[in-house]
Design a protein around this ligand. Structure first.
Ligand code: AP5
Length: 208
């Protein structure tokens, strides 16, 4: 299983990826998680990325492309991978195609988790994220259901930043729906239903 997850911020990409990883043991490559880990570690990359993330903008392409290339070369990605939050624009998609071709690997599907903007705003305003493992959960959860760690509200889950992230998605990421449609690998799931119903359809669409 080598797939790309597409969808607006808060559509449920991470939630569906967590379930696929638990059931099928593939690598979950979330550029958002990788960047947040770099920010937490105060690495050079983290310091450079933080301003863009807090502003709801994309981190410069080359930084993210290098991060993904390195991650795809790790052993666990050989069993299959879910790219969550990458690619985010056409230049990143073209870079990914080149990297996968060089690795002799095919992309099986680009799965769009489709959710209306009104639903997104309320989901993101109430989302809680684990400080330790990055697990995402709805409001009302005090500790992480996966590792027991402390949960917090992400800096970019504030209303004004959510609006900017949605604009960034519309202008830069949504064109990838057409890109992957043109490659004949686009699949779309209605993400505005209970998590397990969405997941059942995801598995059917991916032939699992
Ligand atoms: P990133 O972390 O990728 O954020 P995002 O794309 O905005 O996606 P989210 O993690 O916010 O949402 P999600 O779709 O995973 O939803 P989730 O499952 O958590 O990126 C953050 C920033 O990093 C970017 O703004 C950018 O600056 C930078 N960045 C990252 N990648 C980059 C790249 N490639 N290039 C450049 N910059 C990059 O669900 C949301 C909430 O809804 C949760 O509370 C969840 O419990 C709940 N939920 C999920 N599904 C359902 C459901 N079916 N019903 C009800 N509630 C649900």
């Amino acid at each position: 299983m080598n797939i790309v997850l597409l969808g607006a911020p808060g559509a449920g990409k991470g939630t569906q990826a967590q379930k696929l990883v638990a059931d099928y043991g593939v690598a979950h490559i979330s550029t958002g998680d990788l960047l947040r880990a770099a920010v937490k570690a105060q690495s050079k990359l983290g310091k450079e990325a933080k301003g863009y993330m807090d502003a709801g903008q994309l981190v410069p392409d080359q930084l993210v492309i290098d991060l993904v290339k390195e991650r795809l070369e790790e052993d666990d990605a050989k069993k299959g991978f879910i790219l969550d939050g990458f690619p985010r624009n056409t230049d990143q998609a073209v870079a990914l195609d080149g990297e996968l071709e060089a690795m002799g690997v095919n992309l099986d599907a680009a799965l769009l988790v489709d959710v209306a903007s009104e639903v997104i705003i309320s989901r993101l305003s109430s989302r809680r994220t684990c400080k330790d493992c990055g697990y995402t959960a709805p409001a009302g959860v005090d500790t992480c259901p996966r590792c027991g760690g402390e949960v917090y509200q992400r800096d970019d889950d504030k209303p004004e930043t959510i609006a900017r992230r949605l604009d960034t998605y519309k202008n830069q990421t949504e064109p990838l729906v057409e890109y992957y449609g043109g490659h004949g690998i686009l699949k779309t799931v209605d993400g505005d239903r209970p998590v397990d119903e969405v997941y059942a359809d995801v598995k059917t669409l991916l032939g699992l």
